[in-house]
Design a protein around this ligand. Sequence first.
Ligand SMILES: Cc1cc2nc3c(=O)[nH]c(=O)nc-3n(C[C@H](O)[C@H](O)[C@H](O)COP(=O)(O)O)c2cc1C
Length: 149
Amino acid sequence: MKSLVVYYTRTKITQKVAQEIANKLDCDIEEVVPKVNYNGKLGYARGIKDGASAKIVDLEPLKYDPKDYDIVYLGAPVWASKAANPLISYLKQNEGKFSEVKFFLTAGSSGFESSFSQMEKYSKKPLKTIAITTKQVKHGEYDLTSFLD
Ligand SMILES: Cc1cc2nc3c(=O)[nH]c(=O)nc-3n(C[C@H](O)[C@H](O)[C@H](O)COP(=O)(O)O)c2cc1C
């Protein structure tokens, strides 16, 4: 089974989970980098606005084509109860190219379900999902075993 991990991260929390998945599966990994800057205080405010409206933004060139993979693991932080819009932009840009998908999300505490539904709307029904809080990631208090099965 050829797997690809694709993720967006602003403060490296989702990245930690993405890297762990890719290490465990020994597979390719792609970071989605938006051309829009979401760093710092101004970027946070922009993230709230663009996340809530699911704004589609331009992305830096990608290394891998999802249609070359049997399964794509898609990960993002929750922004304003939606999946962060750079990841949604990736899904939109690659519409129709996914064989199977699994979703992973990180968030302070809330907005997981609405974000999973949104990711499904922009891609397809996931085989599995996992929701992990920022605190759980920081303390390593999560288990990917059944998610990866
Ligand atoms: C613009 C913005 C909006 C956010 N909205 C939410 C939210 O609706 N619910 C929540 O629990 N956390 C929210 N968070 C917190 C992030 O989801 C959380 O810190 C996440 O783990 C960060 O992941 P990252 O380091 O991969 O960017 C928000 C963070 C940002 C920057």
